[in-house]
Design a binder for this molecule. Sequence first.
Ligand code: ADP
Length: 239
Amino acid sequence: MISLRGVTLVYPNGTRALDGVDLEIAKGSFVFLVGHSGTGKSSLLRLLYREQRPSKGTVVVDGIHVDDLKRSRIPALRRNVGVVFQDFKLLLDKTVWENVAFALQVTGARTRDVMRQVPRVLDLVGLAHKSRVFPSELSGGEQQRAAIARALVNNPKILLCDEPTGNLDPVNTNEVMDLLHRINLKGTTVLVATHNAIVVDRMRRRVIRLEHGKIVGDEERGSYNIAPAETGESLGLAR
Ligand code: ADP
């Protein structure tokens, strides 16, 4: 489903964010990407939805060579790859319904499909009763669930999550992770970059560990296993 071969990413300022990464992720899997801050997790995700191109190597997502994809084909790729961020990135002047509908409308979806798909995903994330509400009226967990609904409305095969629980308290964190688990059980491949040791240790899924842009660990049913002192990050981050 996802394949990286010899992938190196050097940003224009000379930062080597990824260095010779080889990685295979099977269809339908649930994978955590862990590692210190600045170690290349977000950069790796950005390659998968073609926000970045590798400086070297190949990136294949669902059979598509993403690294040399024509610009005109990028929207089709992004319909197959949903993305969720730490800060939700909801449109604040639109309701929950409008935020989710917008992701379909920009693909040229017909009104009939919008009317069918939006309730489907709002129901899935447990927000059907909040569809007319604006993001500012939602809790952090609800905002993230709205963002997940938006990411899923095009029925993507892959869901990429960049620190999805970074702004959430433990209760909302558990709700969001349970939702991602259910989405995975329905067949979507889910890749989660996270600092949250508790989440990783609770779920016991495949854990890929990055350090200085290289893969230094890859375990089925792995654990977080990075001491907070080692990361130099506060205990607060490792909720
Ligand atoms: P992580 O997600 O693990 O925190 P990132 O992928 O965000 O790591 O960053 C990896 C490295 O690349 C860091 O040194 C970061 O400062 C650098 N970096 C990230 N984005 C850019 C960018 N757009 N331009 C230049 N350097 C960047």
